[in-house]
Design a protein around this ligand. Structure first.
Ligand code: ADP
Ligand code: MG
Length: 248
C-alpha cells in the first residue's frame, strides 16, 4: 500500500483574546490509499480540529501534513447535512461543483447518475424537507462525491440521525465508499461506530488530543458494518478500546 497522507508531530493551538487553547499535541499517523480510519475520542478532544487541519482550514502550530496526492481531492462531510431548503435535491447535489465553477453538462449528468445509483433518482426535484434523514445524508454524500474526492473527511456525519437510521445509513455509505475504493477518515465519539466502520481505530486522549492507541481492526474481508456487530471479536475490540478510553 502507498501512503496517501502523512501526519507528523502535528500540534495545533487556537489563539483567542482570552488565552490559548491547545487542541492537538504531537499527532503522527499515516493513511494508506483505500483505508477507512476511525478517529475516536471524547467530546472536545480535538477531532474536528484534526479534520480542519487536514482540510487546510486551520493552520498547524507545529509539525507537518503531507499529501501524496493533489490536495484539491479532499471532500468533507459534516454532522449536519447542510442542505439548502430552497434548492431541489438535484440543485443541492450540484452545489459543490457550482461553487467551484465546474458545473457543466458532463458533471451534471454525473450527479444524476450518482443520485440514481443511490436510490434518489425519483426525488431530483423534491425539496430536502420532503426526504427522510437517511436520504438527506445520501444527498450530502452525492454532493461530496460529485467532486470526485480521493480522500473523504467525515465529521460525525451520522450523529444527527436516530439510532436505527444511523446504523442503516452508515452501513450504506460505508458500502458506497468501499465499492468506489475511496480513502476515508471518520471522526466519532461512538466506540461501536468506530469499530464497525474502521480498518483502524485511532484513539485520542482528552484535550489536548494525543494519540493513545492505534488499533488495527481485523474482522474479516467480507465484513459489513452491520454484520460485524454480532461477531464475537467485536466485543473483544469494544472491551479493549473501552479500557483505553477510561484512561483518556
Ligand atoms: P471535538 O471535535 O473533538 O469535539 P474540537 O476540535 O471541536 O473537538 O475542539 C477542540 C478544542 O478546541 C475545544 O476545547 C474547543 O473549544 C476548542 N476550539 C475548537 N474550535 C475553536 C476555535 N475556532 N477557536 C477557539 N477554540 C476552538
Ligand atoms: Mg467535533
Amino acid at each position: 500500500m502507498t501512503a496517501l497522507l502523512e501526519i507528523e508531530h502535528l500540534s495545533l493551538s487556537y489563539h483567542e483574546p482570552g488565552g490559548e487553547t491547545t487542541a492537538l499535541s504531537d499527532i503522527s499517523f499515516e493513511v494508506q490509499k483505500g483505508e477507512f480510519i476511525s478517529i475516536l475520542g471524547p467530546s472536545g478532544c480535538g477531532k474536528s480540529t484534526l479534520l480542519s487541519a487536514i482540510a487546510g482550514l486551520e493552520k498547524p502550530s507545529g509539525g507537518s501534513i503531507t499529501f501524496h496526492m493533489p490536495p484539491g481531492l479532499v471532500g468533507y462531510m459534516f454532522q449536519h447535512d447542510l442542505l439548502l431548503e430552497w434548492r431541489s435535491v438535484f440543485q443541492n447535489a450540484c452545489l459543490g461543483l457550482q461553487v467551484q465553477g465546474r458545473l457543466n453538462e458532463e458533471t451534471s449528468r454525473y450527479v444524476k447518475e450518482l443520485l440514481e445509483s443511490y436510490g434518489l433518482g425519483g426525488f431530483l426535484s423534491h425539496k430536502p424537507s420532503q426526504l427522510s434523514g437517511g436520504m438527506r445524508q445520501r444527498v450530502a454524500l452525492v454532493r461530496t462525491l460529485a467532486l470526485k474526492p480521493e480522500l473523504l473527511l467525515l465529521d460525525e456525519p451520522y450523529s444527527a440521525l436516530d439510532y436505527q437510521t444511523r446504523l442503516t445509513v452508515s452501513d450504506e455509505i460505508w458500502k458506497i465508499l468501499r465499492s468506489t475504493g475511496k480513502t476515508a477518515i471518520l471522526v466519532t465519539h461512538d466506540i461501536s461506530e468506530a469499530i464497525s466502520l474502521g480498518d483502524r481505530v485511532i484513539i485520542l486522549s482528552r484535550r489536548p488530543g494525543r494519540i493513545l492507541k492505534d488499533i488495527p481492526i481485523d474482522l474479516g474481508a467480507d465484513r459489513t458494518p452491520l454484520g460485524v456487530r454480532s461477531n464475537p471479536d467485536f466485543q473483544h475490540y469494544f472491551k479493549t478500546i473501552w479500557e483505553v478510553m477510561q484512561h483518556a
